[in-house]
Design a protein around this ligand. Structure first.
Ligand code: TNX
Length: 558
């Protein structure tokens, strides 16, 4: 550590932090943390700081000589920290390891962008400007959703996503592990789930309204239970909680390809090779609840702590239930009037099972609309603010997940230059301007908004490179909104983002440049060509109105 060096040209100063901290006081002069220097303090906190600054290879040392001194301050809340940089070194105060980790991440942003590489680049000056940052999150749930069902992402991509989440102080990784197009986790109790459900022989490449065309390429993959344990532990060390999702009772083709006896209608099922809403649905009979109880337990045991478990509940075509005499008799025996009631009852059973194991259920908003949720169930209102407000008013905790502007499977521009998106256009500005708890809501309703989460549905995200392009820099804007709790101040945000993109470059992220795709990121003229103007969400909405669930007049309309 050197003394203050007044007049030194410090790249970025303190005013390029992203997400924006609560308080920044710029000091004068600078300090230096040489690679291999020492850090002192209680182990859970110093371990977190060292992990955030891996490139510097900080060693444990003692307080008298350490370059970075960390202390626990019980007055600071969860995830909060204070970071002081003075001529005689760096001082971090945090209430918990997450706070210390975030102090480390902020410190990393104060260093040159080379701090985001995986190894030291010779000639870098590890200088930091003097000053102080006091910081705490605006919202406790700052999420990224990865759909690993439509296109499988190998474990290394998931771990890398966790690293990138950590850079942005995002703390919930929602893994969509099952859908019509694939089941993505090992089951020892029901091995056909991963043996049969995890792959398909081909994938659709045509778009809506075009002649059907397929790629003729098999696609698949799944995480072993050991992989899940590893992912969860890797995430936990980086202040990220994994939220698994097994989407039921709809989106069930892959499960039913493996175990057709769980269907409401006897048939042959296949792992789907195309997108859209399918009518494959699990039966709501007790055998299904028992089956899922076992599967949930396997997943939860592998993950370790599972405070939240997502059970889907979206886009269910309930005709199969109405057509089954056995299911209708079961419905009548429970005194339930409609298949919509049965849908709610089924999800309630599962939420109760999860509660017994210490997990809160999370659902997409259709499950709220169909009523009877446990009061502690968290709702993800993907269809927008209207349903979000209703869930909040009904007393549910809500994580804002609206299609606009948080569906990052939509293209950034309605341009044929873009790679194919599921719709368009959702820009970085749209995301940065998002207000998770609108000011016209009542105070009680606003207080129910516990978070913000962006969704990376992967129908058109076949690999990690496309994932980078779709996720960043819109993810930077979502992280800013989640961390501060409200919309970003646009001009200041884009100024800080400019510096932040150099960090993503150093990290090796193939993000979408603000000016548009690089030549090799364009959609081209083949299967990856974007069809501008395809605002798919409108089709989805219309379709939902046609479904028995939302058409049921005894239910509130969406
Ligand atoms: C709707 S959001 C879905 C997903 C699709 C997505 C595409 C939700 C609960 N269901 O199944 O992948 O739209 O944008």
């Amino acid at each position: 550590m050197t003394g203050p060096s007044v007049g030194f040209d410090i790249i970025g100063g303190m005013n390029h932090l992203l997400p924006l901290p609560r308080l920044i006081e710029t000091g004068s002069g600078s300090a230096e943390i040489a690679p291999g220097s020492t850090v002192s303090g209680p182990a859970p906190l110093t371990d977190a700081v060292r992990l955030a600054l891996t490139v510097l290879d900080l060693r444990p040392g003692d307080a008298a000589t350490a370059s970075v001194r960390v202390e626990q301050d019980p007055r600071l809340g969860p995830e909060a920290y204070a970071l002081t940089i003075a001529g005689d070194g760096v001082h971090i105060a945090a209430g918990d390891p997450a706070g210390a980790f975030y102090a480390g991440q902020t410190l990393r942003q104060l260093l040159p962008a080379e701090a985001f590489r995986s190894a030291l680049v010779p000639g870098t000056s590890w200088t930091i400007p003097c000053g102080r940052v006091e910081d705490a999150p605006g919202l406790p749930w700052r999420g990224a959703h990865l759909d690993v069902a439509r296109h499988f992402l190998p474990k290394r991509e998931v771990l890398r996503m966790i690293d990138l989440m950590a850079v942005h102080k995002l703390n919930r990784l929602h893994l969509h592990l099952a859908d019509d197009q694939g089941w993505r986790v090992e089951s020892r109790a029901f091995p056909l789930l991963h043996e049969v459900g995890s792959h398909r022989p081909r994938t659709i490449i045509s778009h809506k309204g075009e002649e059907l065309a397929f790629d003729g390429v098999p696609h698949g993959g799944y995480y072993t239970l050991a992989d899940l344990s590893e992912i969860a532990a890797y995430a936990r060390a980086r202040a990220v909680t994994v939220v698994p999702e097994i989407d039921v009772p709809g989106h069930a083709s892959a499960v039913l390809a493996a175990y057709p006896a769980l269907a409401s209608r006897p048939d042959r099922y296949e792992v789907l090779d195309r997108w859209g809403i399918s009518s494959a649905i699990l039966s709501p009979l007790p055998a299904t609840v028992d089956f899922l109880t076992t599967v949930f337990a396997e997943i939860a045991d592998a993950l370790g702590e599972v405070p939240y478990f997502h059970i889907g509940g979206d886009e269910c075509v309930l005709d199969g239930w109405a057509a089954s005499a056995e299911i209708s008799a079961y419905q009548a025996s429970l005194g339930l009037e409609s298949t919509g009631d049965l849908h709610a009852w089924f999800l309630r059973q599962l939420a109760d099972v999860l509660a017994e194991r210490g997990s809160r259920a999370v659902v997409w908003d259709e499950a709220f609309v169909s009523g009877r949720l446990r009061p502690d169930t968290i709702v993800m209102p993907w269809r927008g603010e209207h349903v979000a407000r209703r869930a909040a008013a009904a007393g549910h905790d809500v994580v804002a997940t609206p299609v606009f502007p948080l569906y990052f499977d939509y293209a950034e521009a309605a341009s044929p230059e873009e790679p194919a998106g599921l719709g368009d256009a959702i820009t970085v500005s749209d995301v940065a301007a998002f207000a998770p708890a609108p000011s016209e809501w009542t105070e009680e309703e606003r207080a129910r908004v516990i978070g913000v989460q962006f969704q990376l549905w992967s129908e058109r995200i076949p690999d990690g490179r496309t994932l980078d392009y779709r996720a960043w820099p819109r993810g930077c804007a979502a992280a800013e909104v989640a961390w501060t709790g409200g919309p970003a101040e646009s001009e200041d945000f884009f100024r800080r983002l400019d510096a932040h993109l150099a960090r993503l470059d150093a990290f090796g992220v193939e993000y979408r440049p603000l000016s548009g795709p690089r030549p090799w990121q364009r959609g081209g003229s083949g299967w990856r060509r974007h069809r501008p103007g395809a605002v798919v969400v409108h089709d989805v909405m219309r379709r939902l109105h046609e479904l028995s669930l939302s058409a049921d007049s005894t239910r509130p309309s969406i």
